[in-house]
Design a protein around this ligand. Structure first.
Ligand SMILES: C[S@@+](CC[C@H](N)C(=O)[O-])C[C@H]1O[C@@H](n2cnc3c(N)ncnc32)[C@H](O)[C@@H]1O
Length: 247
């Protein structure tokens, strides 16, 4: 079932095929295992994201974690710095229930809070020193929805704040993207994924993920008010960029 994704009050509604509550690409209780298998360098990517944040932020900082999901980066960042405060935002209550368990298990409840909903539901006040949006924007179509997400994040960041964006990127239908799909299938096999899951994975990407070329990622970031954009991570077709909010 396609679920309408609320972008913000002023932009048109966009259909988001994948909804982690009603139409999850993978059972939510299998997400962590599958993410580590399916997303090239998943754990290392989170470590690199933490390194980027630590290199840019003071000991005391407020972080907005958009698309917090099952809480993997909340725990990583929360353990990586003992003073950062974080708000994890995600429309999926099922994913956030898993995140909440992890937060409690790791003793992070004082510093890490969760919000079930969208970034645009948060007060548009520049509160945060940094934001991350990891493996989330690629579920939105490039019809104004991706830009609105980035603008909604920008509105909640202080001047010169750091943004980390990680997404599957590339241009569907090109030879390059098709070659990447072939490589990904082999990668998944090497990681021990069974052929049925691998086929489902490719279908999910084809139907519910909307990658864009790196040039377009840069353009959207700039339009949303970010500059100083550097790619800090590449895992086959997953890219990670760090950007600075304009002053
Ligand atoms: C693939 S998971 C990524 C979770 C986590 N960031 C990680 O690194 O594993 C994507 C998450 O984004 C959430 N999501 C989807 N659309 C969103 C939106 N418009 N705003 C915020 N989160 C969204 C989903 O509910 C899901 O929990």
């Amino acid at each position: 079932m396609a679920i309408a994704c609320h972008i913000n009050n002023s932009t048109k509604m966009s259909e988001q095929t994948i909804n982690f509550d009603s139409n999850p690409p993978v059972a939510t209780n299998e997400y962590d295992t599958m993410a580590q298998m399916a997303l090239p360098g998943y754990e290392a990517m989170h470590t690199m994201a933490l390194s980027v944040l630590k290199a840019n932020l003071p000991q005391t900082a407020n972080l907005l974690v958009v698309g917090a999901g099952s809480g993997m980066e909340l725990v990583k960042f929360g353990k990586g710095n003992s003073q950062w405060q974080m708000l994890g935002v995600d429309p999926s209550s099922n994913m956030l229930a898993i995140a909440q368990q992890k937060i409690e298990q790791h003793g992070l409840s004082e510093r890490v809070k969760l919000f079930t909903g969208y970034t645009h539901d948060l007060a548009p006040t520049a509160l945060y020193d940094a934001a991350t949006c990891i493996l989330t924007m690629h579920f939105l179509t490039d019809d104004g929805s991706k830009l609105a997400l980035l603008q909604n994040i920008a509105q909640r960041l202080k001047p010169s704040a750091t943004l980390i964006l990680v997404d599957i990127y590339g241009e569907k239908g090109t030879d390059e993207f098709e070659r990447m799909i072939s490589i990904i299938k082999v990668f998944w096999e090497e990681m021990g994924m069974n052929p049925e899951k691998s086929m489902q994975g490719v279908e999910t990407i084809k139907k519910g993920v909307y990658p864009i070329p790196e040039m377009r990622v840069m353009e959207l970031l700039q339009q949303a008010g970010f500059s100083n954009i550097v790619r800090f991570y590449t895992g086959l077709w997953v890219g990670g960029w760090v950007a600075t909010k304009n002053s």
